[in-house]
Design a binder for this molecule. Structure first.
Ligand SMILES: [Zn+2]
Ligand SMILES: [Zn+2]
Ligand SMILES: [Zn+2]
Length: 340
């Protein structure tokens, strides 16, 4: 390991390009740390008073009615979904969308749906569940996705999960969120355009091309099963970034079969568990990137989950250019995570 460190120290920084979006990242290992030195030092528990937890008993805490609830055989609930009490997007009152012009500016109500997916156990975050429980979470995402995608004015659904304060989780009880909105994420738009133009030039899906290379060379694989692969992407935007990808070309997350959900649950759980063990429970976000639900077809897109650990802070260069600097090579990050 110390030899490797020396090599990295003498190495010039690298600029790597994301072949889907064309975005650049910098890999600068000059101040190289060993992978385990990225671990969260003093693991502070978030202010964690179970008695006051809004999600341990959503009914008591006055959440709106559930849109979905899964029960266990002993009559307790295992997962529930309900509208966010403080939605960023909500339904228009009386079905009319308010909008206004003000000089050169235009304003409109942020309409849509904002729901919360809560699992039963306050302490058991996804890294600590088994693959069937994680598949149940994916099943809830899919169930709500299919319902919301057909609502009026919904063109895109973002499904995401914040773990830890630095990742934006204001309530420590494990929960994910769905936002069904009228506009398409610029980030996904970039990927859609990249996938489209790569297909035009190469008659092949750009994600399938990456997968074929990764599976052959095995430099950045963290986990692999029959149907799913977890990799540290070539042009990672964060230290220890991971992507969970279906091996077969699939544009639409919401079309996953029951078996695929279990396989995907296993892969997501493995990735998060390796992060948890290797880096002492760091904060992270994960989210699903899938084709928009705007009525168009996206045959050349390949849905996936991105996991972004919160180990680096965006400083002036990142904020001003959008080019991120990471300090561990994705190959070394994958090596380390794979061995956990
Ligand atoms: Zn709780
Ligand atoms: Zn593909
Ligand atoms: Zn993506």
């Amino acid at each position: 390991m110390s030899e490797k460190k020396e090599t990295n120290k003498n190495k010039n920084s690298e600029l790597r390009q994301d072949i889907v979006t064309g975005d650049w990242v910098v890999i600068s290992t000059a101040r190289a740390k060993r992978p385990d030195e990225f671990a969260k030092k003093d693991h502070e528990e978030t202010d964690d008073n179970i008695d006051d937890c809004l999600f341990c008993d959503p009914v008591k805490s006055g959440q709106e009615k559930d849109t979905l609830i899964y029960n266990t055989s002993d009559g307790d609930w295992s997962l529930r979904v309900f509208p966010n009490k403080y939605p960023a997007f909500s339904r228009p009152a009386g079905g009319i969308i308010k909008h206004k012009e003000e000089g050169p500016y235009f304003w409109m109500e942020s309409i849509g749906y904002h729901e919360v997916v809560v699992t039963r156990d306050h302490k058991k975050h996804i890294a600590l569940l088994d693959k069937y429980r994680v598949a149940e979470i994916l099943d809830a995402y899919q169930d709500r996705y299919i319902d919301l995608m057909n609502k009026r004015s919904v063109n895109f659904i973002d499904v995401f999960h914040n773990h830890g304060k630095a990742a934006g989780a204001s309530i420590s009880h494990p929960h994910s969120q769905l936002m069904a909105i009228p506009v398409i994420s610029p980030y996904v738009r970039g990927e859609l355009e990249g996938a489209e133009s790569y297909h035009k030039m190469n008659k092949h899906c750009v994600y399938c091309a990456m997968l074929e290379w990764e599976l052959e060379h095995k430099k950045r694989i963290v986990f692999e099963s029959d149907n799913f692969v977890v990799i540290c992407p070539f042009a990672s935007r964060a230290n220890f970034e991971m992507w969970v990808l279906p091996k077969k070309h699939k544009p639409y997350f919401e079309r996953m079969s029951v078996d695929e959900k279990v396989n995907c649950g296993e892969a997501l759980n493995a990735a998060l568990n390796k992060l948890f063990k290797g880096l002492n429970n760091p904060d992270y976000n994960f989210y699903i990137h899938t084709s928009p639900c705007d009525g168009k077809d996206y045959p050349h897109y390949h849905w996936h989950i991105e996991i972004l650990p919160k180990l680096n802070v965006w400083a002036g260069f990142e904020v001003s250019t959008g080019i991120e600097i990471i300090t561990i090579e994705p190959e070394e990050a994958a090596d380390f995570l794979r061995s956990q």
